[in-house]
Design a protein around this ligand. Structure first.
Ligand code: C2E
Ligand code: MG
Ligand code: MG
Length: 372
């Protein structure tokens, strides 16, 4: 009814089934016109409904197709609308998509990728690799960050920046995380006791109250003491349900797991939260580190982050160090630790063991040379 009133004389509203409606807008022939009507419909749905004294709010996902761009036949236009609607629903609540051939391509590619991803998880084709984290103050090896690597027999290398968000969208991230964490923690349990494992937690898991228990259960099975595990979370991930996120962090922290804030500086500023949350570490995003030596304002941001973290008693790791000059400047600034191609790229478990041995051999000969 509300939709009909909103559309008035400019179109027709039909109820398909249950919560699905179709709207025909004979005069809306441009993206602007469709966007305008879409926004109006979103607002109309968002206004509270009074149901037996309770106030209820709705949101809707919208998929539009323009005739004749979206196909000349009725079947093709309906298929285009479904593609656009599917795209909107995948993006989350209350989205609006207008069909285009690019959207069709993305939807099709993601469908292929999703199938391959499910197969890869089932066949254990996704494995953690490990990137070293080094003390900038004394050069010692502190631990490794686990980074998921997938080389598909058909698709080749697929970046985690692509498949992690897809796994989140399709609700298979918890399963993937568990498999990766178990494998990484078992690997780390064989490293020397002083080395830690840092593991990325996906944003969708920070809204799931079962996450802390699942992580603790997995590392228990692996034999890695919780004190040797660090969990990386991002600022943006904390935003959607801050209360649940804070509870998960607290439960992990209380079990001895350290928590670090990843990609610091790129998310929404939430400095107040840094104090409230039980955090141990902050990882400064590569974007700021890259600019060291070239861009004074970026250096000032790094200095400000270091000073703030010192006041809050947080350890700081600089991400993405590629040049010696960056490592030296950061050491001079008082930054605790660093990670980046300068020290090593992510490598598989076997090569990582070789790295650890080589590192301790060099450190030992350095010590002996100093004594001699
Ligand atoms: P991140 O956690 O911030 O990881 C750091 C990224 O920077 C990694 O990219 C790493 O390979 C890259 N990197 C490290 N040092 C350098 C450097 O010196 N130069 C440059 N150019 N890059 C460097 P990667 O492995 O492609 O991962 C991308 C993102 O995907 C990660 O960002 C993380 O957010 C996510 N990710 C990776 N593995 C996992 C996982 O197992 N679970 C979850 N939830 N997310 C993961
Ligand atoms: Mg990380
Ligand atoms: Mg990062």
């Amino acid at each position: 009814m509300r939709l009909r009133v909103a559309i008035e004389n400019s179109g027709f509203v039909f109820r398909h089934n249950g919560d699905e409606f179709s709207i025909i807008l004979p005069d809306a022939s441009t993206h602007e016109a469709v966007n305008k009507i879409g926004k109006l419909l979103q607002d109309v749905l968002a206004a509270p409904f009074d149901i037996d004294g309770a106030s209820v709010r709705l949101s809707g996902s919208f998929g539009f197709a323009l005739f004749p761009d979206a196909g000349e036949s009725m079947e093709k236009v309906i298929a285009s609308i479904e593609t656009a609607l599917y795209h909107s629903k995948r993006k989350g609540r209350g989205r609006l998509t207008i069909y285009s051939s690019e959207i069709e391509k993305t939807v099709r590619e993601n469908a292929v990728l999703e199938q391959a991803l499910r197969r890869a998880i089932a066949d254990n084709l996704i494995a953690p690799h490990y990137q070293p984290i080094i003390s900038l103050q004394d050069g010692s090896l502190l631990g490794f960050e686990a980074l998921a690597r997938w080389i598909d027999p058909e698709l080749g290398f697929v970046s985690p920046a692509k498949f992690i968000p897809l796994a989140e969208e399709r609700g298979i991230i918890a399963q993937l995380t568990e498999a990766l964490l178990l494998q990484a923690a078992k690997t780390a349990a064989d490293w020397p006791d002083e080395l830690f494992l840092s593991f990325n937690l996906s944003s969708t898991q920070l809204v799931d109250p079962n996450t802390a228990a699942a992580i603790l259960e997995t590392i228990k099975r692996s034999g890695l003491p919780p004190q040797r595990l660090e969990i990386e979370v991002t600022e943006t991930a904390m935003m959607s349900d801050p209360e649940t996120a804070a509870q998960i962090i607290e439960a992990l922290h209380d079990a001895g797991v350290r928590i670090s804030m990843d990609d610091f500086g790129t998310g929404q500023p939430s400095l107040g939260r840094l104090r409230e949350l039980k955090l141990d570490k902050v990882k400064i995003d590569r974007a700021f580190i890259m600019a060291i030596g070239e861009d004074k304002p970026a250096e000032h941001i790094v200095l400000a982050i270091l000073e703030m973290c010192a006041g809050l008693n947080l350890t700081v790791v600089a991400e993405g160090i590629e040049e010696i000059i960056q490592a030296e400047s950061l050491k001079h600034f008082g930054c605790h630790a660093g990670q980046g191609y300068l020290f090593g790229k992510p490598q598989n478990a076997t090569k990582t063991m070789g790295y650890i041995r080589e590192f301790s051999r060099i450190a030992k000969s350095d010590r002996e040379a100093k004594i001699a």
